[in-house]
Design a protein around this ligand. Structure first.
Ligand code: PMP
Length: 287
């Protein structure tokens, strides 16, 4: 079956999906995006992802081409057309096509592109073994709360991680961890409390982070929303990351130092289980 993508109102084979040369996404990185998991055929945390998309678009003043119900229909349709029941749906909106000039063009329709990536999220080997992380300086701009398609700093950070034999980079500013290249970062203290950086312009408001915090409260796990340093992370009992495409993944080393006993920790495992249970439940995922 040919891979079907969505571009500007049409579903079509990926080979036929062409974006014009003068698209502002291509020339300026002038756009925003979203990424959402699909599990057992349902969209995970769909409303929260669409709410964040609406906010990103508003913040960069790109008109939102679709209502929430229309976005949802497109997501469901692209998953159906690709026969995908577990994986990732990516969608982006750019300011559209216009002669290159910095200021917003007038009367230009946004470009909307959407594709799917089939992926085993629940049975990912990284969830069993845990992953290695390196730390790098956070070189991004000051509005990281907007899910911008400008990802050059993250491309460089994650490539540095790969070259060091790691699977994620934790970005660091003034000695404090901001977040992962494409994930939210957490540690667990020796007393069993989760520590996560509070929301601000310095990090993306992760949707998996938000859901997981609510679920961890229900499970009676204590939470500290505060900054943490790289040294505190080295010394933590456990560390983990969250993102829509991975859910909860244990981190077993940071900069080559083992975290805890160097194996996925019990609190991380429990949180992953709780999250998967929520994500597989049609009732909660539909909320
Ligand atoms: N931070 C950054 C920088 C990210 O790119 C992502 C994933 N897109 C996240 C955090 C996690 O966000 P979410 O749980 O919404 O996927």
């Amino acid at each position: 079956m040919s891979r079907i993508v969505f571009l500007n109102g049409s579903f079509l084979p990926i080979e036929e999906a062409k974006v014009p040369f003068m698209d502002r996404g291509f020339l300026f990185g002038d756009g925003v995006y979203e990424g959402i998991a699909i599990l057992d055929g349902h969209l995970v945390d769909n409303d929260a992802h669409l709410e964040r998309l609406e906010r990103s678009l508003r913040e960069v003043r790109i008109p939102n081409p679709y209502t929430r119900a229309e976005w949802t229909r497109l997501e469901e349709e692209i998953a159906r057309r690709n026969g995908m029941t577990e994986g990732f749906i990516y969608f982006q909106v750019t300011r559209g096509v216009a002669e290159r000039d910095f200021m917003f063009p007038e009367n230009t329709a946004p470009t909307v592109a959407m594709f799917t990536q089939a992926k085993a999220i629940v049975n990912a080997p990284a969830a069993e073994k845990g992953i290695a992380v390196i730390t790098v300086p956070d070189q991004r701009w000051s509005r990281r709360d907007i899910k911008s398609i400008n990802l050059l700093a993250q491309v460089l950070a994650k490539q540095a991680a790969k070259e060091a034999g790691a699977q994620e980079a934790w970005m660091v500013q003034d000695g404090f961890v901001t977040e992962g290249g494409s994930s939210s970062g957490f540690i667990v203290t020796k007393e069993g409390r989760i520590v996560v950086r509070p929301l601000s312009n310095a990090i993306l408001p992760g949707i998996t982070r938000k859901s997981l915090l609510a679920l961890s409260q229900d499970a009676g796990i204590e939470l500290e929303e505060r900054l943490f340093t790289v040294e505190e992370a080295y010394d933590a009992a456990e560390a983990f990351m969250t993102s829509a495409s991975t859910f909860v993944l244990p981190i077993v080393s940071i900069d080559g130092r083992s975290i805890g006993d160097g194996k996925p920790g019990p609190i991380t495992k429990k949180l992953r289980e709780i999250y998967i249970r929520m994500a597989s439940s049609p009732r909660m995922a539909a909320e």
